[in-house]
Write a protein that binds this ligand. Sequence first.
Ligand SMILES: C[S@@+](CC[C@H](N)C(=O)[O-])C[C@H]1O[C@@H](n2cnc3c(N)ncnc32)[C@H](O)[C@@H]1O
Length: 278
Amino acid sequence: MPQSEFAAVFNAGRDSFIRNTPLIWGPTGQALAYQLQLRPGETVLDFCCGAGSSAIPAAMAVGPTGRVHGIDLADDLLEEGRLVASQRALQNVDFVATDATLWEPPSSVPDAGYDALSSSYGVFFLPDMDRAVHRLLGLLRPGGRFGVSVWRSGSLSAFTGPYFEVLGRYSDEEPARRTVDAGAARDRATKLDTIEHLTEWLTRIGGSAVTVRELSAFVPATEQVCWDMVAGSALRGTLAKFDGETVARIRDDYLSLLVERDVHTIDLGTLIGTATIG
Ligand SMILES: C[S@@+](CC[C@H](N)C(=O)[O-])C[C@H]1O[C@@H](n2cnc3c(N)ncnc32)[C@H](O)[C@@H]1O
């Protein structure tokens, strides 16, 4: 999917995305910042930062003498990040609209580079992921840390399975094509979705002292949470070709199927991997 479409999908899903922040995105972002062991005065780049789920905890960790750059394509999510930062009187975080694969750090970043780089549920959206990450890692100082959070294999399936089943009733396309950039993003995510895969990947890209932990989390499969997960994530792109009436029917069918299947909780199992680079 072209980058501008990512921005359009996530911008349009802003309200749903934000409603799910306290349940879904926020706790992981906090855990990622913690596992990176950020210290006062450090400089951090958080890419694919969305509304700041990991950039805000990073800014709180590095304190007033530190600096965080949160970068994302979706302006509306960045605007929410700015709002939360100002509500918390954080003056050490900048939210910038840009493609993470093109980011050039401003002169305020020390010549040696950032102390840490992070991305929560973002890295697998980068086309040519390894190459993009290789470039981003070049912005780290020697001995800097890199951390990502990704979905663990099998997580979300009780929720996405019924969704694709319903979508199939409305579309002739094969399932793999129905997600936004499905083939590619899903393949990239699969490369990182077990402790072994993520450890191997972090090592292969030059990491040492690799630590991968599983963050276990289950959220209630209420109508609001489930539909917000569709409407406030990349899945929203699967609805773009339908008119409003059809989207409403898809929503109703989907929520009914979840009840029929007795889905009461969504497994949000997540892996958080960190490594020292160089
Ligand atoms: C699932 S959201 C995660 C947002 C945030 N890290 C969080 O956990 O709340 C993925 C984000 O990646 C962003 N994104 C995708 N491709 C990008 C790119 N090439 N450059 C910057 N941001 C990108 C999207 O706009 C979206 O906000």
